[in-house]
Design a protein around this ligand. Structure first.
Ligand code: ISE
Length: 350
C-alpha cells in the first residue's frame, strides 16, 4: 500500500529566532554562522552591554535588535531560543532567567566556573521540569571524534586502553593564567575523553614540561595532564598554549589490536623547492568550523522538536566537577580524585 509523503510539521517549519548573548570572539563568529549557514534560524537579538561589540555584530545580522541585558530581551519577547557565548563566569546570570522563561539554551563551555554553580543550574532546570540546556562541547560534533567514538563502541579493534591527546594553541592573551589551562582549555579533553571512553573521569594529575620561555609571564606551561577514567582508560593530555606555529587538536587511541589517529587535518599541501608544506590552522574557529556548524544546526533542529541534541547541563556539571579535581591537581602536584553528586533521575535518559 502506498503511503502519502509525510508532511513537515508546523513546528519543523517554524523559523527560530535566536538571541546571541555576548558578541566577543565566539559570539561574533556564531552570529555570522547562524546568519550565513544555519537553516531555519536567524539572529533576532544581540545581548551585549558593550556598544562597539554590539554594533559590529549587528552589522552582520541586520534583522537583529540590540539589548544590553537578557532580562530586557525576555521582556520584549525578542527570541525563541538563546545562545550564550560569554565567558563561563557570566553564564549563570543569563541561564537562570532564560530557564525561568522556558527558553531553550545552547551555552558555550564551560557551563559554569565550578561544580557548585553548575549544580545550581542543574537544579533550576530540574525545577522547571524540562531539559532546556545544551552545553557547547563542540568536539562531540567533529566528524573524526564521532568516527572514533563509533570505532571504540564497536570494539572491532579490541578494548580501548588509552588515549594520547594533544591540544596546542598558537598563543594566549596575557590575561590567560595557570588555572585557565585546566578550566578553559583542558576542559575540552575532560569532556571528550569521557565521551570517547564512555566513562567518567576518576582522577586528574598534572605534570609540567620544561617551561616555554615564550609563554606569557607567570604561565607555567606546557603541561601534561593525566586523566584516568572509571573504566581505567588512561589519557595523556599535552596542553601547550604558546606553540606559535598554529592550532592543533589531535588524539591517538590505543586499542588492544590497533591504533587510530584523528586530527591530522591541514590545508593544501604544496611541493616546492625541495620541501613539502601543508597549511596549518591557526585558530579553533577554523579547526572546528564544521563541528560548530553541525552543533548549531542540530541544536536548532532539536529545539524545534522540543528537545536537545548534545551534552546536557548534567554533562556540564560532570565536567565542572572534574575540572575542580584538575585545579587542585595543578595547584598541589597531587593526583586528585574527582567527586560527583549522584545523577538525578531527571537526566537518566540522556
Ligand atoms: C578556548 O577558550 C577554547 O575553547 C579553545 O577550543 C581552546 O583550544 C583554547 O585553549 C581555549 O582557550
Amino acid at each position: 500500500m502506498s503511503q502519502a509523503p509525510s508532511q513537515p510539521s508546523a513546528q519543523s517549519e517554524k523559523h527560530l529566532r535566536i538571541a546571541v548573548v555576548g558578541a566577543g570572539l565566539m559570539g561574533a563568529d556564531h552570529v555570522i554562522r547562524i546568519e550565513s549557514r544555519i537553516v531555519g534560524a536567524s539572529v533576532a537579538a544581540i545581548v551585549e552591554p558593550d556598544e562597539a561589540r554590539a554594533k559590529s555584530a549587528l552589522a552582520t545580522a541586520p534583522g537583529a535588535k540590540w539589548f544590553k541585558n537578557i532580562e530586557d530581551a525576555i521582556s520584549a519577547n525578542a527570541m525563541d531560543a538563546v545562545l550564550i557565548a560569554t565567558p563561563g563566569q557570566f553564564h549563570e546570570p543569563v541561564l537562570i532567567p532564560a530557564i525561568a522563561a522556558g527558553l531553550p539554551i545552547l551555552c558555550e563551555k564551560p557551563l559554569a566556573p565550578d561544580s557548585e554553580i553548575s549544580m545550581r543550574i542543574v537544579e533550576t532546570e530540574i525545577a522547571g521540569g524540562k531539559q532546556l540546556v545544551q552545553v557547547g562541547f563542540m568536539r562531540r560534533f567533529d566528524a573524526e571524534y564521532m568516527a572514533l567514538r563509533e570505532l571504540i563502541a564497536s570494539s572491532s579493534k579490541g578494548e580501548l586502553l588509552g588515549l594520547h591527546c594533544k591540544h596546542r594553541n598558537p598563543s594566549v592573551p596575557d590575561s590567560y593564567h595557570n588555572d585557565m589551562l585546566i578550566f578553559d582549555s583542558v576542559v575540552h579533553e575532560i569532556d571528550v575523553v569521557r565521551f570517547l571512553a564512555d566513562s567518567p573521569i576518576k582522577s586528574v594529575e598534572v605534570k609540567h614540561f620544561k617551561r616555554n620561555s615564550k609563554s606569557p609571564e607567570g604561565l607555567q606551561e606546557p603541561i601534561l595532564v593525566l586523566l584516568e577514567t572509571e573504566s581505567q582508560v588512561l589519557a595523556t593530555v599535552e596542553m601547550n598554549v604558546s606553540v606559535g606555529f598554529g592550532y592543533q587538536v589531535k588524539t591517538e587511541a590505543i586499542f588492544e589490536s590497533g591504533i587510530a589517529d584523528i586530527g591530522r587535518v591541514g590545508g593544501m599541501e604544496v611541493a616546492y623547492d625541495g620541501a613539502l608544506t601543508t597549511q596549518e590552522h591557526v585558530t579553533f574557529k577554523t579547526r572546528f568550523a564544521a563541528a560548530y556548524d553541525s552543533q548549531i544546526q542540530r541544536w536548532v533542529n532539536a529545539v524545534k522538536r522540543g528537545t536537545i541534541d548534545g551534552p546536557s547541563a548534567w554533562d556540564g556539571y560532570l565536567a565542572a566537577a572534574a575540572v575542580e579535581a584538575g585545579l587542585e591537581a595543578i595547584q598541589t602536584g597531587n593526583k586528585v580524585a574527582a567527586k560527583y553528586a549522584a545523577k538525578p533521575a531527571f537526566y537518566s535518559a540522556s
